[in-house]
Write a protein that binds this ligand. Structure first.
Ligand SMILES: CC(C)(COP(=O)(O)OP(=O)(O)OC[C@H]1O[C@@H](n2cnc3c(N)ncnc32)[C@H](O)[C@@H]1OP(=O)(O)O)[C@@H](O)C(=O)NCCC(=O)NCCS
Length: 246
């Protein structure tokens, strides 16, 4: 059941949440901790989540989901009671933030309004993102599926991230692609994990070209028109901006 140790832990986490607002929101500078607690929706949503999560972990029925629902109505921020949230999360403004059931958020993470840490489809089990420490996710960004955003990653506003993001990388766009890793533009094909080489598709393309050449040679030698080609959907070339080039 809920014990004194849990309450003490929750109190410590709330103190750090308020400190995170002071450190990362310029608008909170000079505002007292109680005023931040009373008027910052991101801090209130976390407070509600800390309580809901403690009750959820203790096996209390109904209350955790009821608290999460009330918190969503009050703050516009929806956090599933089962989601694991580290210390020092700061949700700026907050409206429209959704954090799913199996999401895990590390320490000192910053989320802006409209961020989704969501699942894809109707998969069960671990289906939401894992966010490392010191990650920043810009407003409106959607991080979908059981992907991992490693330590220190940044996600640009309105990005859609469907793949793992390496440590200290900046990812922007839809689909999200790296424009910086450790502060530098990624160079070379190894840095491009969106357009990975596809050896099977390459082999089939090459075989298709050789069969066509053979059919043409056979048609010339025998004077017979080649059989009409089977209805094979052409391979789609990968086009567009190369994310490795930034
Ligand atoms: C992604 C972000 C964190 C990167 O900041 P940064 O580390 O200072 O990086 P830069 O601004 O130098 O941007 C790096 C590159 O990404 C591009 N970029 C940055 N943000 C982008 C975005 N949201 N969408 C598309 N491209 C973006 C820049 O144009 C730049 O491109 P270049 O390599 O061609 O020059 C920042 O741009 C961002 O989106 N922050 C979220 C802010 C937010 O949501 N604020 C809400 C306040 S209410």
């Amino acid at each position: 059941m809920l014990g004194l140790a849990t309450l003490a832990r929750v109190a410590g986490e709330i103190r750090r949440d308020i400190a995170a607002a002071h450190a990362r929101d310029p608008a909170a500078r000079g505002v007292g901790p109680l005023e931040v607690l009373a008027t910052w929706p991101g801090v209130q949503a976390l407070l509600a989540h800390r309580v809901a999560h403690g009750l959820y972990d203790s096996g209390v029925p109904l209350a955790p989901r009821s608290i999460a629902m009330l918190s969503r109505a009050m703050t516009g921020i929806e956090i599933h009671p089962a989601a694991r949230i580290g210390r020092g999360l700061f949700i700026d403004h907050g409206t429209g933030v959704v954090i799913g059931e199996t999401a895990e958020v590390g320490h000192d993470v910053t989320l802006y309004q409209g961020v989704t840490l969501g699942g894809t489809g109707f998969a069960t089990g671990k289906r939401h993102p894992t966010v490392g420490d010191n990650v920043t996710i810009g407003s409106g960004a959607k991080i979908l599926g059981p992907v991992t955003l490693a330590h220190g990653a940044k996600v640009g506003a309105n990005s859609v991230v469907l793949h793992d993001v390496p440590a200290n990388a900046t990812v922007v766009g839809n689909p999200g692609h790296a424009v910086r890793v450790d502060g530098r533009r990624p160079e070379g094909p190894d840095a491009d994990w969106v357009h990975l080489p596809d050896p099977v598709a390459d082999a089939m393309k090459s075989l298709g070209q050789r069969v066509s050449a053979l059919e043409r040679a056979l048609a010339e030698a025998t004077g017979r028109e080649p059989e009409p080609a089977a209805d094979v959907r052409p391979l789609r070339p990968v086009t567009g901006r190369n994310p490795a080039g930034g």
